[in-house]
Design a protein around this ligand. Structure first.
Ligand code: F6R
Length: 616
């Protein structure tokens, strides 16, 4: 939530800041603003409620006097509505200091009372302005931005990334972080700060991680990091493994359309280099400790939203392949109910952004309780992998559309790799069984490509249904989380009521929702599956059909048994049960996107949402 970018160097900073904010806009789009120190040492700011385009247009029409030092912010409102006044930057020291903030300052009302008592006036309703005024006052006393920021961060409670510039120190940007994201971009004669590497990937691929409770001072030729006690820290560096072009639309109508088209590649790249001699080989798990995988007696998967649905799919697979009990929990529920954990519990967090605060807090809690922690994450240098004992990166590439699509299939792929490795290590899968499953997994990208070809038909259906007010989704076994994912996409993209149900649960209540014309998507298991789930789901379809439902079945090629019972059948290629969810979800992703488009909505930036939920 909130995108942050800082720049110091030789370029005009407005262009760098706006370019960075454009790539970070998925983090929040309620308002945007920049502050720049010009060559004469004057600080100027411009900020506006609404999307970044409004700020850009205003800066085009009446440019700021540019300089080579600046900070920029795109906001997802927490304290105070999305107004011009509440947009960042906020000012301190009589307008000579500008500060931007991501997170929530929990003790802001005490600090505000103190500032009001000492004669300060506030021009916004935000918690962030407190930090701007405090750093401004501290600068007045100390004459140094780093010292001033250090004093203030030690008084703040909650989660924050703060960046500040001061007119009296024109070639300096200071940043600080606690539980909110911040990475450093290293250039030649210029340096960058950003909420994630997308902020600066256009200019440099060299990045540096900054840990919790650390503060960084960037100048054109130097980067200095200290902890909140002021002690120097040597951070580690990494290379960003994708280009700025990966975060561009590249001719697609939306980022989401592009990202859905990249689902085959997301799976393929996540498998790449992780199979040797036909078996899964995840070197990353070594960081969990010698023999850790063999000794664990329980897996707990924690995640939120779409990532949690990927985790639910993973539960079925890990329990089947590795015969270890698996629980899947929403991270925010897990964190605050004192779950029972032991050193033999493996806590697996799943997060595209690696910054979701609910998931981060749950990981920290699990570590404190002595559990082993492994993160499945798509974003290099993010906080959750840093806080975990081990990380298995998904290689889906940057996901810009706010609603997750390609990350979902990459997350399932990664959790399957983990499940297969667990099965191999624990001997619950024979090498032959493991090899067969690996071959199936490796075949998924090609099959996904053929599912994408059904997109046109799904688009037609979505456009016919533009006025639909409610859609239900049914699935069983691994199809159940897919149903939940289909419903979530429709809610968040098309703003219509949608629910996902386990098909077996239907008769226990939800069937009362069925009335003539109700559209129901049903994920139909393979008729070749030795369990009798196919027949059971076909019976469920008959039950809702008898009550007037319009059924859209997602069924594998050659499944003729479903034909008489469905109004429409979307075909997916043959795959054994565990690989079906990877295929069946694609039509649902396309459907959500197309229905939103049919309603004229912004599929990349749905209302009220932000991609990276960095507040609890
Ligand atoms: C839904 C969606 C969200 C995220 C959730 C977790 O389309 O994108 O539900 O899946 O906020 O985000 P990450 O994976 O970044 O932890």
């Amino acid at each position: 939530m909130c995108g942050i970018v800082g720049y110091v160097g030789t370029r005009g900073s407005v262009e760098v800041l706006l370019g960075g904010l454009k790539r970070l806009e998925y983090r929040g789009y309620d308002s945007a603003g920049v502050a720049v120190i010009d060559d004469a040492g004057h600080l100027d700011t411009r900020k506006h409620a609404g999307k970044l385009g409004i700020l850009s247009a205003d800066l085009d029409a009446s440019p700021l006097t540019d300089g080579q030092t600046g900070i920029g912010h795109t906001r997802w409102a927490t304290h105070g509505g999305p107004t011009d006044e509440n947009a960042h930057p906020h000012l301190g020291d009589g307008g000579k200091l500008a500060l931007i903030h991501n997170g929530i300052i929990e003790n802001f009302s005490e600090l505000k009372t103190e500032l009001l008592a000492s004669g300060h006036e506030f021009s916004s309703e935000t918690d962030s302005e407190v930090a701007a005024l405090l750093v401004g006052d501290a600068f007045r006393e100390t004459g140094d931005l780093t010292t001033a920021m250090l004093q203030v961060v030690n008084r703040l409670e909650g989660a924050f990334t703060l960046l500040a510039v001061h007119a009296d120190q024109p070639h300096v940007v200071v940043g600080a972080r606690r539980n909110s994201p911040l990475v450093i971009g290293l250039g030649e004669g210029e340096n960058f700060l950003g909420s994630d590497v997308a902020a600066f990937v256009e200019y440099t691929h060299r990045a540096m991680e900054i840990g919790q409770d650390q503060l960084v001072t960037i100048r054109p030729d130097s980067v200095d990091v200290v902890d909140f006690a002021g002690q120097p820290v040597t951070p580690s560096t990494f290379e960003v493994n994708w280009d700025a072009s990966a975060a561009e639309k590249g001719g697609w109508s939306s980022f989401m359309a592009k990202e859905i088209s990249e689902e085959p590649e997301a799976v393929a790249k996540t498998i790449l280099g992780r199979v040797h001699d036909g078996l899964v080989d995840l070197p990353e798990v070594v960081a969990l400790g010698e023999g850790a995988l063999a000794s664990i007696d329980r897996v707990v998967i924690i995640a939120c939203g779409t990532a949690a649905y990927a985790g639910m799919v993973g539960k079925y697979a890990i329990e089947k392949w590795a015969r270890v009990p698996v629980d899947v929990e929403l991270a925010h529920e897990f964190r605050y109910r004192e779950p029972v954990l032991s050193p033999n519990t493996l806590v697996v967090s799943i997060s595209q952004s690696g910054e979701t605060m609910d998931t981060l807090m749950a990981v920290k809690y699990a570590k404190e309780q002595g559990a082993r922690t492994l993160s499945i994450c798509n974003t290099q240098g993010a906080t959750i992998p840093r806080e975990s004992d081990a990380v298995v990166y998904t290689h889906a590439g940057p996901e810009v559309a706010v609603a997750s699509t390609k990350a979902f299939v990459a997350q399932i792929t990664a959790i399957y790799l983990l499940g297969l490795q667990l099965g191999q290590v624990r001997g619950t899968l024979s090498p032959e069984q493991a090899r067969e499953l690996v071959v199936e997994l490796q075949a998924v990208p090609e099959k996904l490509a053929s599912v994408l070809a059904t997109g046109e038909r799904i688009a037609e259906l979505a456009h016919w249904m533009a006025d639909t007010r409610s859609v239900l989704f049914l699935g069983r076994h691994v199809g159940y989380p897919v149903a939940l994912e289909g419903a979530l996409k429709l809610k968040e993209l098309a703003y219509i009521h949608a629910e996902g149900f386990a098909a077996g649960e239907l008769k226990h209540g939800p069937i009362a929702l069925i009335e003539p014309g109700q559209v129901v998507f049903v994920i139909v298991p393979s008729p070749r599956d030795p369990s009798s789930l196919h027949a059971k789901v076909v019976s469920n379809i008959q039950e809702i059909r008898a009550r007037g439902a319009r059924v859209i079945a997602i069924a594998e090629e050659g499944d003729v048994a479903v034909l008489p019972h469905a109004d429409e059948v979307i075909r997916i290629p043959l795959a054994s049960p565990f690989f079906e969810p990877l295929l069946a979800v694609v039509p649902l992703h396309i459907f959500g996107m197309e229905l939103a488009a049919a309603k004229g909505l912004d599929v990349d930036q749905p209302r009220n949402l932000a991609k990276s939920v960095t507040v609890e």
